[in-house]
Write a protein that binds this ligand. Sequence first.
Ligand code: ADP
Ligand code: MG
Length: 255
Amino acid sequence: MTDQPAIQVEDLHKRFGTVEVLKGVSLTARPGDVVAVIGGSGSGKSTMLRCINLLETPSAGRISIKGEAYEMRSVRGEMEPANRKQVQRIRAHLGMVFQSFNLWPHRTVLGNVTEVPIHVLGVKRAEAEARAIAVLERVGLGDKRDAWPAQLSGGQQQRCAIARVLAVEPTAMLFDEPTSALDPELVNEVLSVIRDLASEKRTMILVTHEMAFARDVATHVIFLRDGRIEEEGPPEQIFGAPRSPHLQQFIRSVA
Ligand code: ADP
Ligand code: MG
């Protein structure tokens, strides 16, 4: 059981209208894996992440979380989730951190972190708040619990978004370019939180343009190009000895 993948994606396809943006992507994240996903703009990185928690509905393929496959059905040739309760239950433990923070503006920092535990997971308020305070301390926001999102810097907002994910005791954490919207001087405070989580062997899939960081924290790197995995492997191989000319060129272009 311990070796059961936290996330398994098999032959994932995603079409928008007639355009196929994911053309058969497979990946496995075992507990403790940090899978970095790199690739140019429009290669399908966000779509792939969004399919994993069913923010987008796959057109074909199979996705399992801790060994449990999403139940899908076909309606007039289109796939759709067949079991809303299952999706809600699985998604509640798949924390996603977006480029644009996505905090609830009318909830305090503490309110943002306790919202899902209380209202989706049914945790008692006192317990949820105690846990929220602990995770806020972890990300260095212990003194900001009563602040509003608009009063925080971008780096603080993103650390709050990470705390919100930690509060649900995630099966895995999904990061979609978590530092791309930040001013350069705020990038490191967020990367250092993610680095700590990686070193605790938390399972994560991390879409990032921070190549040095990916090389440092990833256990496995996937290079997406035009909706397909063009090359994948350990970071030393992907960054140190890339084989695909497209990957070589991509690495040069972002270096
Ligand atoms: P990346 O995150 O690698 O930059 P995306 O997954 O955002 O790439 O997008 C992959 C492709 O899918 C792009 O061509 C994009 O325009 C297209 N796309 C993404 N979301 C939608 C959507 N909701 N409707 C139509 N096309 C989309
Ligand atoms: Mg994207």
